[in-house]
Ligand binder design. Structure first.
Ligand SMILES: [Zn+2]
Ligand SMILES: [Zn+2]
Length: 268
């Protein structure tokens, strides 16, 4: 509405955009219908939304298919012969400490670009929208997990300072708000800075994250059912290591939710 009245490059335009961001954070259904804002990905003006996800219909379909046909154990898109407990041809025989993986989608061009944008603080509102979209699209399987707690994969402090943002934490908060599940980003901490995984082999990735996470005393109840949240899952090394710390501390079940599941070596 305001986009047609003021220049989006001017001071007034920036104020309007900031107000829209605030409106998106509020996520209030009636408010968004009156003052819908723009799609966080393609910036098209939204006609009106009633679920707090500031993404247009085209972006929703591109970024988050309505159902994920992959393997429930490892999340692989090509989850041929998948069984919830024994896995698929991709993961059978591999040992993970997590029990389930629920991705929003595969690591295709659209999601890849979004994941890269989410690493920058300027796109925090996009991260928030993606967390809400994941909760919306995967509400069924996530609700079936009977979750007690949501925990983001922690980022080492120096990386967080360099980036100025922490997308797993923003995603986890948005998912928790949408599902009505408590989020605690202090359950786990990263006690050393690990190498970026892009150039590491599968075996090296598991070795690289060994011992990288520490449990904060007194923050985890035994028997908890936990959802770990990260932006991307490739080999599962990072999430498996984090899940091992939670399981050894008495968690009953640890599942993983990610924006993108990749099976190549393109991401961490
Ligand atoms: Zn869009
Ligand atoms: Zn599998």
């Amino acid at each position: 509405m305001f986009g047609s009245l003021v220049s989006r490059d001017g001071v007034t335009g920036r104020l309007v955009r900031r107000f829209r961001c605030t409106a998106g954070r509020l996520g209030a259904t009636g408010f968004n219908l009156v003052f819908p804002g723009r799609c966080e990905r393609c910036e098209v003006e939204l006609d009106g939304i009633d679920d707090g996800v500031l993404l247009c219909d085209d972006c929703r379909l591109l970024l988050g298919p309505k159902a994920w046909p992959g393997c429930p154990r490892c999340g692989a898109a090509d989850g041929t012969n998948a069984d919830p407990d024994f896995g698929c041809d991709v993961c059978r025989g591999k040992r993970y400490w997590f029990d389930r993986v629920t991705p929003l989608g595969g690591y295709h061009q659209g999601l890849r670009d979004v994941v890269l944008q989410m690493k920058h603080a300027a796109h925090d509102s996009l991260s928030r929208a993606m967390g809400r979209l994941l909760a919306l699209r995967r509400r069924g399987p996530l609700t079936d997990l009977r979750l007690d707690l949501i925990v983001p994969i922690p980022m080492y402090w120096s990386r967080r300072v360099t980036r100025g943002t922490n997308s797993p934490e923003i995603l986890a908060t948005a998912i928790g708000q949408s599902l009505g599940v408590r989020v605690d980003s202090r359950v786990l901490s990263r006690c050393r800075n690990t190498l970026l995984h892009n150039e590491l082999s599968q075996q090296m990735r598991f070795r690289n994250v060994r011992g990288a996470f520490r449990l904060s005393p007194g923050r985890l109840e035994k028997g908890s059912r936990i959802l770990l949240v990260d932006d991307v899952l490739t080999t599962g090394a990072t999430c498996s290591e984090a899940a091992s710390v939670l399981k050894k501390a008495g968690a009953e079940m640890v599942a993983v939710a990610v924006i993108a599941r990749t099976e190549g070596r393109q991401a961490t």
